[in-house]
Ligand binder design. Structure first.
Ligand SMILES: N[C@@H](CCC(=O)N[C@@H](CS)C(=O)NCC(=O)O)C(=O)O
Length: 90
């Protein structure tokens, strides 16, 4: 997975931790706005390219990693473990 972003971003660090736990190798891409401009219209980090997709938002990247690679040594939240994807209001 290519991961765009700087180490001082907690969102980037969160993705790196999960990637390591589920066994996905990370190629770090550090660069300024010029690099990000070609990848993300939002220009926030992290951005990941994996499985032919470009993913924005740390939560989305982590969801993709755990959905496609499993949880490794991590423990899913109760909602994810139960297969509940959202909260019902009615
Ligand atoms: N909700 C986003 C937050 C990402 C975020 O705020 N990233 C910061 C770095 S820690 C950023 O790219 N800031 C640049 C900007 O807002 O222009 C996520 O979880 O990925």
């Amino acid at each position: 997975m290519k991961l765009y972003g700087f180490t001082n971003s907690p969102f980037v660090r969160r993705v790196r931790v999960v990637a390591q736990e589920v066994g996905v190798q990370v190629e770090r891409i550090e660069g300024g706005q010029a690099v990000l401009q070609g990848v993300s219209p939002i220009r926030k980090v992290p951005v990941a390219t994996i499985d032919g997709k470009t993913l924005f938002e740390s939560r989305v990247i982590i969801d993709w990693l755990t959905t496609t690679r499993g949880w490794g040594s991590l423990v899913p939240s109760r909602e994810r473990a139960a297969g509940v994807e959202g909260v019902r209001t009615a």
